[in-house]
Design a protein around this ligand. Structure first.
Ligand SMILES: NC(=O)c1ccc[n+]([C@@H]2O[C@H](COP(=O)([O-])OP(=O)(O)OC[C@H]3O[C@@H](n4cnc5c(N)ncnc54)[C@H](O)[C@@H]3O)[C@@H](O)[C@H]2O)c1
Length: 281
């Protein structure tokens, strides 16, 4: 007997509910992405915008933000820029209020902005004794408090019923990591639990909260770390695949978590690391 694959259309002529156009659709949804001028945030904003979402790109650096928004607008994407620092609660509240007032409101928020705390203890400069108080506080302010400001403001202004919040943690927040700094891994461990608590609280309002835990992607995050020599080689060696990912490789997971396909997914952590965790010992 021959098997057959049903086509794109269901009996009404509309795309079938199992078709990717429906299952992973973000068309017409309102989204905010923080840290969207560069790296993973830009890739996340891009995949949402290219798939028909209205996207507010939030970043604290004006020139890269303007360039990112101009690039997407030139493709015909529906995008806006919001110059804001995630450390500023009032600014984040204003960003979310404005996004909620645009079109049919705010449905999807990626709390993604984050900074490095430098090299880990394997490199000596990252040893416990070398932790700089000011840098520690700076990393916690952006990666943890800034993320809290983002999620709190999002929850205040989002549409209920089918909302999506996704926070960017790291594999460095899931297991000890000698390559990245103490403040970074501590902040990333904290955001995972923060997001899971929010998932439990917001479920009754129909807002799902999930966590992406990336391994190594080639972005600007470590570019300013002094004494960076050997870092890329060490990060590459730490993967099972022996390569560092391109930011575009986050797009599929980001779209999945923003989409109807993730309706029953909340409080979960999605590792995307080329096998760092499975090979670490
Ligand atoms: N690249 C990786 O390998 C990797 C791995 C694990 C997790 N992450 C996480 O992914 C997220 C994105 O990092 P990336 O690698 O794309 O870095 P990136 O430096 O390329 O991009 C981060 C963006 O966030 C913005 N930003 C920083 N502080 C901000 C603030 N206070 N307010 C608003 N915007 C701010 C920056 O201006 C920048 O545009 C971060 O949370 C990072 O910790 C990255």
């Amino acid at each position: 007997m021959e098997s057959s694959i049903t086509g794109r259309a269901g009996s009404s002529g509309a795309p079938h509910p199992s078709h990717p156009e429906v299952l992973f659709s973000v068309t017409g949804r309102g989204a905010v992405v923080t840290g969207a001028a560069s790296g993973l945030g830009f890739a996340i904003a891009r995949v949402l915008a290219r798939n028909g979402a209205r996207v507010v790109l939030v970043d604290a650096v004006a020139d890269t933000l303007d360039r990112a928004v101009a690039d997407l607008a030139a493709e015909g994407c529906v995008v806006r820029a919001a110059l804001a620092d995630v450390r500023d609660p009032a600014a984040m509240d204003a960003v979310m209020a404005e996004a909620a007032a645009w079109g049919s409101g705010l449905d999807i928020v990626f709390a993604n902005a984050g900074i490095s705390s430098g090299l880990g203890h394997r490199f000596g400069v990252g040893a416990l004794a070398e932790i700089d108080q000011e840098r520690w506080n700076g990393v916690i302010d952006v990666n943890l408090t800034g993320l809290m400001n983002t999620v709190r403001a999002a929850a205040r202004h989002m549409n209920e019923g089918d909302g999506r919040i996704v926070v960017t943690s790291s594999v460095a927040g899931l297991a000890p990591d000698p390559l990245v700094g103490y403040a970074y891994s501590s902040s990333k461990a904290a955001v995972t639990l923060f997001a899971q608590n929010a998932a439990a609280e917001l479920a009754s309002r129909g807002i799902n909260v999930n966590v992406i835990a990336p391994g190594s992607f080639l972005t600007a995050i470590g570019a300013k770390n002094p004494g960076n020599t050997g870092m890329i080689e060490a990060l590459t060696a730490a993967t099972a695949t022996k390569r560092i990912a391109d930011p575009a490789e986050i797009e599929g997971l980001a779209l999945l978590l923003a989409s109807p396909a993730a309706r029953h997914i909340t409080g979960s952590v999605f590792v995307i690391d080329g096998g760092v965790l499975v090979t670490r010992n």
